[in-house]
Design a protein around this ligand. Structure first.
Ligand code: UTP
Length: 292
């Protein structure tokens, strides 16, 4: 079955980005001149996804407005003859059908994903964590869909992380797959392992999961896990132990927009690419680097 749907959990409190996250969802913070959520919807759309559900808590209006056309802006830009700006806004509005649903209670990533049952129906779907943007040659969603189409099982997007960071993420029990460089078979995982003895490997899920609807019954029955939250990893662990999932070491550079440094790095990288900012920014960085 073709993968046509995606969900973006974006309802977290974003405490690592306080004070700004108190008033603005981190998914709406700009990477140069586009909000983080744009990059996620664009990645999904470029991967063949037609329908995207964003799970929010508050301030969904700003996100909704961003993917809509504004009569006022249209008229003003037309009057000024700014056809290029008009076309850019239309392109954003036409990326995909973007829907919104409130999580209502911030009970964890697994709980947020569980809200999407009716939207997903009986189809496979991609989950893009709302604070993880990945700059890559081929969109990571598409890389994940290719693995799903080849093997017909759920797929988790993984990266090897420094050992001391595994306790912040999760740890996967993985095995090589014949004739594959970047694809592994995963039979178990643990969220935020506390000790080295609890760790299976230093491969962690980072930002992308391709799941099948069986996950919803598992999520509904889950007790709170690490941090007292309903953890997506706990649900995926059950799927892995039952029939296994595939793990893709995706090609791409991930930026954690839930952290202040991740957010700044993403802005520097995109700022050095953007035609309006790249030259001045490069000169500025070179200048201040002299005194670092
Ligand atoms: P994080 O744990 O990174 O986000 O969740 P957070 O809870 O907002 O961050 P901190 O630790 O307080 O700074 C990963 C993703 O899951 C979403 C978040 O919005 C983020 O995109 N999430 C998390 C939800 O949608 N609902 C939740 O209840 C928790």
């Amino acid at each position: 079955m073709q993968v046509k749907k995606a969900i973006i959990p974006a309802a977290g409190l974003g405490t690592r980005m306080l004070p700004i996250s108190h008033a603005v969802p981190k998914e709406m913070l700009p990477i140069v001149d586009l909000p983080a959520i744009y990059y996620l919807v664009e990645e999904a759309a470029k991967s063949g996804i037609t329908d995207v559900l964003v799970i929010t808590n508050r301030d969904k209006d700003a996100m909704e407005d961003f993917f809509d056309l504004s009569v006022e802006y249209n008229a003003a830009l037309k009057a000024k003859g700014r056809e290029e700006d008009l076309a850019a806004l239309r392109k954003i509005a036409d990326l995909a059908n973007v829907y919104f649903l409130r999580q209502k209670e911030t009970k964890g990533l697994g709980h947020a994903v569980g809200r999407a049952r009716a939207f997903v129906g009986d189809e496979p779907f991609v989950i893009l964590y709302g604070d993880d943007i990945i700059f890559s040659r081929a969109p990571v969603c598409k890389q994940m869909i290719d693995v799903y189409e080849k093997y017909g099982k759920p797929v988790v997007g993984v990266k090897a992380v420094p050992k001391e960071l595994v306790s912040k993420y999760c740890s996967l029990k993985i095995y090589p797959v014949e004739n594959e460089d970047r694809v592994f078979f995963c039979t178990d995982m643990i969220e935020k392992p506390k000790t080295e003895a609890e760790m299976f490997s230093n491969y962690s899920i980072l930002g992308r999961v391709l799941a099948t609807p069986e996950i919803f019954d598992i999520i509904d029955a889950l007790p709170p896990g690490a941090g007292g939250e309903i953890q997506l990893t706990d649900a995926l662990a059950q799927v892995s132990r039952k029939g296994g999932v595939f793990a893709l070491d995706f090609e791409g550079e991930r930026y954690d927009l839930g952290s202040k440094t991740g957010f700044l790095k993403a802005n520097v990288v995109k700022g050095l690419e953007h035609p309006e900012t790249r030259d001045e920014l490069r000169a500025f960085l070179k200048e201040i680097a002299k005194d670092l």
